[in-house]
Design a protein around this ligand. Sequence first.
Ligand code: ATP
Ligand code: MG
Length: 388
Amino acid sequence: MEHLLSVSLGELILKGGNRKYFEDKLIKSMRRAMADIGFEKIYKGQGKIYIEANKNDFPALIKRLEKVFGIVYISPCIKAEKDYESIKEAAKLLVEEHGYDEDDWTFKVVSKRGDKSFPMTSPEISKELGGYLLSQFPNAKVDLHNPEQIIYVDVKANSYVYSERYHARGGMPVGTNGSGLLLLSGGIDSPVAGYLMAKRGIVLNAVHYHSYPFTSERAEQKVIDLAKIVSRYTGPMKIHSVNILDIQKEINEKCDERMMTIISRKFMMRIAEKIAKMNNYDALITGENLGQVASQTIDALKVTNDTTDMLVFRPLIGMDKSDIIEIANDIETFETSIKPFEDCCTVFLPKSPLLNPKIEDINKAEEVLDIEALVDDAISKMNIIKID
Ligand code: ATP
Ligand code: MG
């Protein structure tokens, strides 16, 4: 008898013909998540994915797999032969290993017969096995409604017996729904936005804008740290690090001070669009949130939105800050996000930004700038940082 991890998949079950494609993407993410811990084998089997590994590594592997999108839960299980005697043996071993019988305990058996040629029906397996366990363990009682332990039995090409389910995050395997370029600041919102879109299957890469030497190297390091945390869920990532100081100086010199923020924001969108098109990314992703700050009033959003014809995802648009912070805490970006390093946007912060900018006014104001040259120049000097 062998100890394995069995992994249950989420929405990809619904995808019919695409199933193999989804499973292969998922296995790729799982391999990456487990790489440095190590495992022996990973394979598909009738709706689940199984991992052979050193049993002592199970807790560490489960921790990693809990972060892989497309997984609903993970169970350490005992693999037995496809016959009732082996199932009994496996169930007994399971109870012994968990020490369930050290005190009074209640249980029920839940069986699923995937292989209809197996001579017992699911209710028969549950009933017989329940009786057997009662006969072996003096402290055990059956409770069908509110048991402390559920002993699961899956009968397929082999039998699998388990009692624990570690819940993962669901979502869809990264790489099954195109690719996106995340505008990643050092703030709370954008890492959460990237996480949420990757959870829907998008491959994530990032662009970060800084104003070095007005902003520090430590501010840049903070963004790399954030990207590393996000990449635990989303996979390898490229960060395009773009200095926009020259652009900000140019705007500062030639445009109405109150338009500084909104025009900078338009440049961020333009540069992002260009990088996305160079790399064939499908969409842009921002952490924008309606009404949060001056640059995110409905009029300001209209202006930024008008800057690009690309698909722009703003997954946080309707969320409350407290809900965003809850996710940031959950994915462990919050502590890094609140470290107090300067952001490029604050370098030339106007005293009173325009709250209701109009598209035509901003476009007119920008006419004094050589937009294309500024964009191209910034991109030609960008730095690419790879996170594996
Ligand atoms: P965040 O917490 O993500 O920084 P925010 O609440 O500070 O967001 P803004 O500063 O208005 O809001 O930025 C809105 C969005 O614009 C960000 O979520 C991010 O997607 C993008 N953005 C802002 N600053 C930068 C930057 N320096 N580099 C890359 N993207 C940025
Ligand atoms: Mg910000």
